[in-house]
Design a protein. Structure first.
Length: 398
């Protein structure tokens, strides 16, 4: 960790302006998953206990620069009150302006103020300097604890750091430290399990990981494209036609590099994209013209489980199949269970993979479950994230 964190600041009486990721799923105004809220609690509690006045800011959904009650953070404020009993907590109707400034002025040490959705203002996503300055005026020190938004160069993630000392929250610190250590100095064998729909979405991740891992296991819809690149007829399976050559080039590029790439040898196929469809197991050589692959097969699953279980470091991003449909969830569940049995470092990133381990009740048995979907993907690509880059280095003065 080369960035300053909240541990490097004397918070007594200071205003901590904290960017959190409270972009939670809502249904009829009710929060259906509060994982991201709970993930921010250690930072909030550390700051309040240290005597800081805590101002929280976040986005929620895509209101496109306009006020929309559907995207209000008011339900988040109510959930926070339940999760922080005994902590004075208020909710502001906006994130900038005179009334917000007054609310911050009335905030006592150890108190918390949650601001309304940043994206009610179009200037947030535009990384508008004036808007960033208006936000910065609310705090003395900026804290970024929103790893899930760190790949965005927005006013609240990057622009604001021009005007305030900028440090990492505890969640941000953990995200950077655990994933950074795994990529830079992993215990070996080091295995990456990569799934999901499209090769084009993850080819940069594959190229970066191929330089670091011992074994790369490929599943999900993207495996169909790799199989097509090897000349297999994939029937009605999802195949990204424009990426077949990309997949072929990638497989050629890793030959002789020391990185083993494993592809499915069998598949669970169906005659329709439905939980009620007829389904069966077949070799990758025998996919009927009118059927589609929706999961890795049992032989592949066993092979992948063996590779995972003998590893000391495992990174997983992307499901092995359409795990939302019960007949096609075995491959993804098998990987999750194999990772839970690893006596080493296990890291899960990406929304679907995270949902899968939580659905399986195995999240707590992983070393780290990342809160960042796109951010964790770009981190695995080796990209510098604007929200991380903007933070003060350890040797900077605050």
């Amino acid at each position: 960790m080369t960035k300053q964190t909240i541990r490097d600041i004397d918070w007594q009486g200071k205003r901590a302006l904290v960017r959190v990721d409270f972009n939670v799923p809502l249904e009829d105004g009710r929060i259906t998953d509060d994982t991201r809220i709970r993930a921010a609690l250690p930072t909030i509690q550390k700051l309040t206990e240290s005597g800081a006045k805590v101002i929280l800011m976040s986005h929620l959904g895509r209101p496109k620069g306009e006020r929309n009650a559907k995207y209000s953070l008011a339900p988040v404020a109510e959930r926070l009150k339940e999760l922080l009993p005994g902590t004075p907590l208020e909710f502001a109707d906006d994130c900038v302006g005179t009334e917000v400034a007054q609310a911050v002025g009335h905030l006592a040490a150890g108190g918390v103020l949650l601001l309304e959705n940043l994206r009610y203002h179009a200037q947030e996503e535009q990384n508008d300097e004036t808007f960033a300055h208006s936000l910065a005026a609310l705090g003395d020190v900026y804290v970024n604890d929103a790893f899930g938004a760190a790949h965005r160069a927005h006013a609240s993630t990057a622009g604001i750091a021009k005007f305030l000392p900028a440090v990492a929250g505890l969640l941000m610190e953990r995200e950077i430290s655990v994933m950074g250590a795994a990529l830079a100095n992993p215990q070996r064998p080091f295995t990456a399990v990569i799934g999901g729909a499209k090769v084009s979405d993850k080819v940069s991740v594959l190229e970066n990981l191929a330089k670091k891992v011992d074994t790369l296991l490929i599943g999900g819809g993207m495996a169909n494209t790799f199989l097509a690149a090897q000349g297999y007829a994939m029937g009605k399976s999802l195949v990204e036609a424009t990426a077949v050559e990309t997949a072929k080039s990638f497989l050629e590029s890793v030959q002789g590099t020391g990185c083993r790439v494993l592809l499915p040898v069998d598949l669970v196929i169906a005659d329709a994209f439905s939980a009620e469809a007829q389904h069966q197991v077949c070799s990758v050589r025998d996919v009927p013209a009118d059927w589609m692959a929706l999961d890795i097969g049992p032989e592949t699953q066993r092979a992948y489980e063996i590779e995972v279980q003998k590893s000391q470091t495992v990174i997983w991003n992307g499901p092995m199949g359409v795990f939302e449909l019960a007949p096609f969830a075995a491959g993804t569940l098998g990987v999750a269970q194999a990772m839970a049995a690893v006596d080493g470092t296990t890291i899960v990133g990406g929304g679907d993979s995270v949902a899968a381990v939580e659905q399986a009740g195995l999240a707590e048995r992983m070393t780290h479950v990342s809160t960042g979907g796109g951010a964790s993907l770009e981190f695995l690509e080796g990209k510098e994230l604007p929200g991380v880059l903007a933070l003060n280095d350890l040797n900077d003065r605050t």
